[in-house]
Design a binder for this molecule. Structure first.
Ligand code: THU
Length: 129
């Protein structure tokens, strides 16, 4: 990934983070997913009064991309106000459905805190049917 595409992905994730619907947790998450064909799909968390119905930012990005015909992903950027802004376990499994990819995690309170992982490193032994 070039520094330019990393910057574009981070900017897209931050813009989308502002659109989060998080009135219950007040914890806003933004995601930007890069397809192997170079397109970017974004997502934010969408909470619900029935808490368990909440959808995470990463899953919104994946479902948007898949519903537009994309299944091959290069990387996902996740931005949230945490020192450990890694995707939750459910999202790791949801991402792993589409193979390994780079996972870039950024703390929106500190622009310099960016961690880069491979999904397989965050979720070894993913469930397979
Ligand atoms: N959340 C995400 O959007 N992605 C994750 O990987 C972890 C958690 C959201 C769900 C909920 O709206 C808020 O963060 C607090 O858990």
């Amino acid at each position: 990934m070039t520094p330019t595409s990393l910057r574009r992905l981070l900017a897209a994730a931050k813009t989308t983070q502002r659109r989060a619907h998080a009135p219950y947790s007040k914890f806003r998450v933004g995601a930007a997913l890069l397809t192997k064909s170079g397109k970017i799909y974004t997502g934010c968390n969408v909470e619900n009064a029935s808490y368990g119905l909440t959808i995470c930012a990463e899953r919104v990005a994946i479902t948007k991309a898949v519903s537009e015909g994309h299944r091959h992903f290069e990387a996902i950027v996740v931005v949230c106000p945490s020192a450990k802004p890694t995707p939750c376990g459910a999202c790791r499994q949801f991402l792993a459905e589409f193979g390994d990819m780079t996972v870039i995690c950024a703390d929106s309170r500190n622009g310099k805190r960016v961690q880069i992982y491979r999904l397989a490193e965050l979720l070894p032994h993913a469930f397979e049917l």
